[in-house]
Design a protein around this ligand. Structure first.
Ligand SMILES: [Zn+2]
Ligand SMILES: [Zn+2]
Ligand SMILES: [Zn+2]
Length: 300
């Protein structure tokens, strides 16, 4: 049988479980997600105990999610796990993925054993890197996906349990296995800083116009949130200058904007963001190291 890299499009291959094929090896088991992450595919017929361990580790490492205990997790091994035989095929260049598979009889040629794990119903929470509230300094350990001022669309935000302040989290870049297309950072006619768009104004009479100071379109409500001097300072620390989607730039914009809303000068906010990036990167590295040690310990 043929390896992925040597195969002609359309021919059968044997998956080796390599990173090139999109697999991550956890507890000695190569695993990858299928589709948008509704199922995991692990190579080999693995035990219930390994199914559970690989699923928890995969979600933590790839998605940054902590799976919550409960009946959903119990049911996963009981009814959501299937040990099957698969036949994998090399896809051609136009395809979104480099390979695909079909289930086949154990006696069919070119098959290999695999385990599919249904993870769609699992409950989880974002396993965020702890961060201090910029307003009262209390630590927040979780984030949720929500909207906030400064950029249209959704982002990961901390919310302070003590003072209720909400601030954007520093993104921790994780290994992503699917190829992402480059997206422009705004749909051309929308407000750069909120969900306001032509035909769907955020307030009754809101209008959207180019703002030369930041080189982006803004709606009248957003524009009125800062005086011209603050817009100038925001532009001076590169707010709004991104031309392609990048979570770091996007969340920095969100941070600069919401800090300006509570009166923090953009230059000071930009320095504080840089410190947060450094701190978060260090905390993430420490945590990954601790988790890897725990995984090795459990494997014994
Ligand atoms: Zn607070
Ligand atoms: Zn707006
Ligand atoms: Zn508006």
């Amino acid at each position: 049988m043929t390896a992925l890299t040597d195969a002609e499009p359309g021919s059968f291959i044997t998956l080796a479980g390599s990173p090139d094929e999109g697999f991550t090896t956890l507890y000695g088991t190569p695993a990858t997600h299928l589709g948008e992450g509704e199922r995991l595919l692990a190579l080999g017929h693995i035990s219930d105990r390994t199914v559970r361990a690989v699923t928890l580790a995969y979600h933590r490492r790839i998605y940054g999610h902590r799976i919550l205990p409960g009946t959903e997790l119990t049911n996963m091994t009981r009814t959501g796990t299937q040990r099957i035989w698969i036949r994998a095929t090399r896809c051609d260049e136009d395809h979104d993925f480099t390979w695909e598979f079909e289930e086949a009889a154990a006696s069919a040629p070119d098959v290999q054993p695999a385990t599919t794990i249904d993870v769609e119903l699992l409950r989880y929470e974002d396993d965020a890197i702890p961060a201090e509230c910029p307003s009262c300094d209390r630590i927040s350990r979780s984030t949720s996906l929500t909207t906030g001022p400064g950029r249209e669309g959704w982002g990961h935000y901390h919310r302070c349990r003590n003072c209720d302040h909400q601030w954007p989290a520093v993104p921790v870049l994780r290994l992503t296995l699917t190829k992402r297309r480059q997206q422009p950072n705004t749909r051309s006619d929308n407000c750069f800083a909120c969900a306001c768009r032509p035909g769907y104004p955020c307030t009754g009479l809101c209008t959207i116009q180019p703002e030369p100071l930041i080189g982006q379109k803004l709606c009248s409500r957003c524009r009125a949130q800062h005086p011209a001097s603050t817009w100038k300072q925001l532009a001076a620390v590169a707010y709004g200058t991104a031309t392609a989607f990048d979570p770091h730039v996007e969340h920095r914009d969100r941070w600069l904007y919401s800090e300006a809303l509570r009166g923090i000068p953009p230059e000071q906010a930009a320095r504080a963001w840089q410190e947060r990036v450094t701190l978060t990167t260090r905390r993430a590295a420490d945590r990954d190291l601790a988790a890897a040690r725990a995984e090795r310990h459990e494997e014994r």
